[in-house]
Write a protein that binds this ligand. Structure first.
Ligand code: AMP
Ligand code: MG
Length: 400
């Protein structure tokens, strides 16, 4: 059976965009929020620090008591107590008094400066001060770091350790994040085996299963690798059904040649609807996009580089939309290192490696795993272009 109808890439993207999937929000404990994407703007519920606190070990004073201090005529203040970090000071400093205070401890009422102990002498119950202190010396004011109500993080931010530290600083225990879309990954082919199995004659190790699973995870989705479907109806159908049951999206790879692709599409058609069967791009023309029970099902090409190119073109934008990371730039402009030829009348995607400001084409072909492993991304050669010259500006789309 021939391809149903080859459509332009834009049409395929429109169809994918129209699928009934929306970003969902869940609340996760702060301890499990690393790598997740914020679903709401976050403002601070408190002042940080929550109180005026000492930034040095020393003596809390009323700065005006020290204004007359000098080397020749030091000021003596009575030490009336001690405040340590975590204490709640009960006393109020009166004129002529000071209190020993440690770093991080709250300032007592009346005090407005802390002189570090290295700069003074202690004589019995007195501290001897040789230099005037100014209000604010040795003090971090409440809210000086973060003010209550201050915007902290924007929706769409991917949480790294800096962001989780910030959320910890304001005492948040739960974080609203976009739910990870759950993606079923299925490899297909009688020739495929998994690492750990004997490399028997005619067999090759599965690449796409691993690549797609981890590309989904890198993007922030949850991937479930369902294993390898054999090139027969029962095996394929069983795994597709399992995928639709357990996940939001199903991705198959392989089955593009020998009429098997029609098997995949006929099963998708039987369980749901084939929306697209054939996209006017090279590589990856024999791609299937379907919908079963409202869940997108993708049939990507078997050749690893084609598979990952199409994953990037078709699936990655959908995942980004669901994870709230649409705005993330995944493209850079570089200059082509040398001339490449393309087939006229075909919109082609070529893997390239980036070195400095150069994009270096990788010409091993899409059957080689190293084509995409060595590549950082790919460039597009429009259908009306046959030659891209050395030095020409190209846009590189990163894989994944
Ligand atoms: P197919 O589309 O199934 O005819 O596969 C095209 C080519 O890609 C064949 O050489 C397959 O062996 C290869 N291939 C398909 N799936 C995978 C996979 N998961 N890992 C590695 N190579 C694959
Ligand atoms: Mg196959």
């Amino acid at each position: 059976m021939a391809f149903l109808k080859v459509v332009p890439l834009e049409k395929a993207l429109e169809v994918i965009d129209s699928f009934p999937l929306e970003p969902k929000v869940e609340r996760v404990p702060l301890g499990g929020a690393l790598g997740r994407v914020l679903a709401e703007d976050i403002t601070s519920p408190i002042d940080v620090p929550p109180f005026d606190r000492a930034t040095v070990d020393g003596y809390a004073v009323r700065a005006e008591d020290t204004f007359m201090a000098s080397e020749s005529e030091p000021v003596r203040l009575k030490v009336v107590g001690e405040i340590n970090a975590g204490d709640v000071p009960q006393l109020e400093l009166k004129p002529g008094e000071s209190v020993y205070i440690s770093t991080g401890a709250p300032l007592p009422k009346g005090a407005d400066a802390v002189i570090q102990f290295e700069d003074v002498d202690r004589e019995g119950d007195e501290v001897v001060i040789y230099k005037p202190a100014y209000p604010g010396l040795g003090v971090m004011k409440a809210g000086a770091d973060i003010q209550k109500g201050q915007p902290l993080l924007r929706r769409g931010t991917r949480l790294g350790f800096k962001e989780t530290a910030l959320l910890s600083a304001v005492g948040l225990t739960e974080v609203p994040v976009f739910r990870k879309p759950k993606v079923a990954v299925i490899s297909t082919g009688n020739e495929l085996i998994l690492p750990g199995e004997d490399l028997r004659p005619g067999k090759i190790y599965d690449i796409n299963g691993r690549a797609i699973t981890d590309a989904v995870r890198e993007l922030g989705g949850e991937a479930v690798f369902l294993g390898i479907a054999r090139d027969d109806r029962e095996s394929l159908k069983a795994l597709i059904e399992k995928g639709v049951e357990c996940c939001d999206i199903v991705i198959l790879s392989g089955g593009a040649s020998g009429g098997i692709r029609d098997l995949t599409s006929s099963i998708i058609g039987e369980l749901g609807e084939v929306k697209i069967h054939g996209i006017a791009i090279q590589p990856g023309k024999p791609t299937i996009i379907g919908l079963i029970d409202g869940k997108p099902v993708f049939g990507l090409p078997g050749y690893p580089t084609s598979c990952l190119t199409n994953f990037t073109l078709l699936v990655a934008p959908l995942l980004r939309k669901l994870i709230g990371r649409e705005s993330e730039v995944r493209k850079v402009r570089k200059r082509l290192a040398y001339k490449v030829f393309s087939v006229k009348g075909r919109r082609q995607f070529l893997p390239v490696r980036i070195e400095g400001d150069k994009a270096i084409p990788i010409l091993k072909g899409s059957g080689a795993v190293t084509s995409f492993v060595d590549a950082d991304g790919f460039i597009e050669v429009p259908e009306n272009v046959e030659i891209l010259g050395a030095g020409e500006e190209v846009e590189v789309t990163f894989f994944g």
